[in-house]
Design a protein around this ligand. Structure first.
Ligand SMILES: [Zn+2]
Length: 219
């Protein structure tokens, strides 16, 4: 049984985050930072569409901050599962997430200085270096083409995406079992193209579908 919910980049240009339910497992596809106006970003990045404690695992497509930048917030709020990504993505994500902390602190310094002068309460950063330390321990680097076990017979495979170093398209593999074509039809046409995979597995290239929903390009 599969289901896909679009939270982020399908309608906006940044902040990719989608929920895939595969055989009862809740798998988050990316957890990006929204990078619009300061006020909008402040609100959107703090309002997560799902309780992080309910997420079983994350599949991270690549290290750009609009795809990985909100991972420390998940860890800060109780997500304890694994973050599956390619080894290069894990290395790059650590650099970019630590940089994200410094950028936020620098931005807040300016904002809070103004707010202090106006007698307003001061804003807290979305997350700190210690939250990045914590989330990095949850990263589980997976080589391209290896089978990633997500539990309950749901598995995934990373394939080369050619976007940035380490970027990957994810194929979700779920035993066909109770999933019918009718159920699939409600998700996306692109999934249907893959549904007749000859080895009796159902193959769903989730990130690729998200890319289609995004206008045909990975962001
Ligand atoms: Zn990107």
């Amino acid at each position: 049984m599969i289901n896909l919910q679009f939270f982020g980049a399908a309608r906006t240009t940044t902040g990719s985050m989608h929920l895939l339910e595969a055989n009862g497992k809740k798998i988050l596809l990316d957890a990006g930072l929204y990078q619009g106006s300061r006020k909008e970003a402040f609100e959107k990045n703090r309002q997560l569409p799902i309780d992080p404690r309910d997420i079983d695992a994350v599949l991270l497509s690549h290290a750009h901050i609009d795809h990985c930048g909100n991972l420390p917030t998940l860890a800060k709020r109780g997500f304890r599962g694994k973050i599956h990504c390619t080894p290069a993505t894990a290395d790059l994500a650590e650099i970019l997430l630590r940089d994200s902390v410094h950028l936020q602190l620098r931005d807040l310094e300016i904002v809070n200085q103004k707010r202090a002068e106006q007698g307003k309460n001061l804003f807290e950063p979305l997350y700190l270096e210690e939250d990045v330390d914590r989330v990095m321990r949850q990263f589980s680097p997976e080589p391209l083409h290896s089978l990633i076990d997500l539990g309950n017979h749901a598995t995934a495979v990373f394939r080369e995406a050619g976007h940035i170093l380490g970027s990957a398209i994810t194929e979700e593999l779920t035993k066909a079992g109770s999933t019918t074509m009718d159920e699939l039809a409600s998700v996306a046409q692109a999934w249907l193209d893959w549904a007749a995979h000859p080895d009796a597995w159902l193959m769903m290239p989730a990130s690729e579908i998200l890319a289609v929903a995004d206008g045909g390009q990975l962001n």
